[in-house]
Design a protein around this ligand. Structure first.
Ligand SMILES: *[C@@H]1O[C@H](CO)[C@@H](O)[C@H](O)[C@H]1NC(C)=O
Ligand SMILES: *[C@@H]1O[C@H](CO)[C@@H](O)[C@H](O)[C@H]1NC(C)=O
Ligand SMILES: *[C@@H]1O[C@H](CO)[C@@H](O)[C@H](O)[C@H]1NC(C)=O
Ligand SMILES: *[C@@H]1O[C@H](CO)[C@@H](O)[C@H](O)[C@H]1NC(C)=O
Ligand SMILES: *[C@@H]1O[C@H](CO)[C@@H](O)[C@H](O)[C@H]1NC(C)=O
Ligand SMILES: *[C@@H]1O[C@H](CO)[C@@H](O)[C@H](O)[C@H]1NC(C)=O
Length: 392
């Protein structure tokens, strides 16, 4: 057993931790992490040398070095430095069985010890990405796994899609030989933008650097359709010719596009060549929605063009289009002017505050015709049916 009672510290009531600190004041060493097959360096250092004998013990408490002599037959241990203040030993071709607590010991009274824990790191095997689907379709969910085999300690796995990190679900298995195999599962919904983007599985482990595997996504998506007016550039007038082109891009690329007219037939003399629709001598009866449809294995999409045939004279001369902003501005100015007027009037009447009489044509309401209305109204004048209005 590597454990042994700590040498008692000078102070009686010292806790083990304190005594460790006190011990470490004069004899110091460091823990060592080393990758399997590499070389480990164990350094026992003495701060205030009093010519005490120093030795290094292995986890089984066998003496590796006694001063600068090596009683142990294992030639992988070599003396690097032996001085008044340091015993420095190298251990080459470290294997897992070398792990444990090494002891630096100083033959003082009482003897002092310091512990160097050697931890052997075993790098994982090359990460392996496996994809459930080779070819993906936009909108579908997909799953990928990345495995880092047999490492010590367990590796951690990080996923990147393009330059975005995605969360994976890790699973750690302890294998029979006390190694860890980590598998991370990544699921995500595929978008069109993912096409050609690399998914990278990054393995983080103290024994390796830049350990990763990647896979490029191949995503199929339904066509994107766009109608472009080749001719005319301006208004579509009677008698003119119309030429539309349909642009469709998808993966896989749609073989052909289809021109239809919504709720109607395409004019009989329209010419469709490939993705072009050509109509000569426009006529108002051709008004309507022209649709270009493209489809592939993923789905179908379309774009619409609304044809509105104007009179052959329409749009001639100066365009009659008045900017809405100008109309708005004029309205605003008029409203503002009227408000000002109202305020001025209000102030004027306020200064001449008083009672005003208005004479209303009261009798006009129940008159049978216009003439009697006027007569009644005149009569109403003498009726002294007055109303008071106050201006404040
Ligand atoms: C060395 O490692 C052990 C655990 O293995 C730890 O308890 C101890 O504090 C470490 N010592 C130093 C100096 O880091
Ligand atoms: C040994 O260590 C001492 C003190 O750190 C240093 O002066 C000396 O050069 C070292 N010797 C070798 C061979 O490394
Ligand atoms: C290292 O050690 C392993 C066994 O632990 C042995 O098979 C191998 O030959 C050694 N390599 C060297 C270079 O000594
Ligand atoms: C995508 O998902 C749909 C519906 O969930 C399914 O019918 C289709 O086969 C999937 N496509 C691929 C390539 O897996
Ligand atoms: C427009 O088309 C309709 C029917 O297709 C036809 O009767 C009419 O004469 C055409 N008008 C012009 C100006 O070509
Ligand atoms: C086509 O649109 C024009 C507007 O320029 C309109 O005058 C005409 O009545 C429409 N014709 C049909 C058949 O909708």
């Amino acid at each position: 057993k590597a454990t042994q009672a700590l040498p008692s510290a000078p102070t009686m009531d010292a806790t083990p931790k304190q005594s460790l600190q006190l011990v470490s004041q004069n004899l110091v060493t460091d823990n060592v992490s080393v990758v399997e097959g590499d070389m480990a360096i164990i350094s026992c250092r003495v701060k205030n040398n009093d010519d005490s004998v120093i030795q290094l013990l292995n986890p089984n408490r066998q003496t590796i070095y006694f001063r600068d002599m090596r009683p142990l037959k294992d030639a992988r241990f070599q003396l690097v430095n032996f001085s008044d203040n340091e015993l420095r030993v190298s251990l080459s071709n470290v294997s897992l069985s070398d792990e444990g607590r090494y002891v630096c010991q100083l033959y003082t009274d009482p003897p002092q010890e310091a512990y160097a824990d050697i931890t052997v790191l075993i790098p994982p095997g090359n990460p392996i990405i496996e994809a459930r689907d080779e070819v993906l379709s936009e909108g579908n969910e997909t799953e990928m796994t990345c495995t880092a085999m047999s490492s010590k300690p367990a590796a951690t796995i990080k996923w990147m899609k393009g330059d975005k990190e995605l969360p994976g679900k890790p699973k750690v298995e302890l294998t029979y030989d006390k190694m860890y195999t980590v598998t991370s599962r990544l699921t995500f919904t595929v978008s069109k933008e993912d096409d050609g983007v690399p998914v990278v599985c990054i393995v983080d482990h103290p024994a390796v650097k830049d350990f990763q595997a990647q896979k490029y996504l191949e995503v199929q998506y339904k066509p994107e359709v766009k109608i472009v007016v080749e001719f005319p550039q301006g208004l579509t007038r009677e008698g003119e010719n119309l030429e539309l082109t349909c642009q469709a891009k998808g993966k896989p690329q749609p073989q052909r596009v289809n021109w239809v007219k919504v709720d109607d037939d395409v004019p009989s003399h329209a010419v469709i060549t490939g993705s072009d629709l050509y109509i000569e001598n426009l006529n108002k009866s051709y008004n309507g929605t022209y649709r270009c449809v493209a489809s592939n294995s993923v789905g179908e999409s379309y774009d619409d063009y609304i044809l509105y045939v104007y009179d052959s004279r329409a749009g001639e001369g100066a365009p009659r289009t008045v900017d809405h902003a100008v109309i708005g501005g004029v309205v605003a100015v008029v409203v503002f002017a009227m408000l000002c007027l109202l305020i001025i009037l209000g102030r004027y009447f306020a200064r001449h505050k008083g009672t005003y009489f208005t004479h209303e044509a009261k009798g006009a309401d129940d008159a049978a015709d216009a003439d009697t209305a006027i007569i009644n109204a005149e009569g109403g004048h003498t009726n002294s049916d007055e109303k008071k209005e106050y201006y404040i």
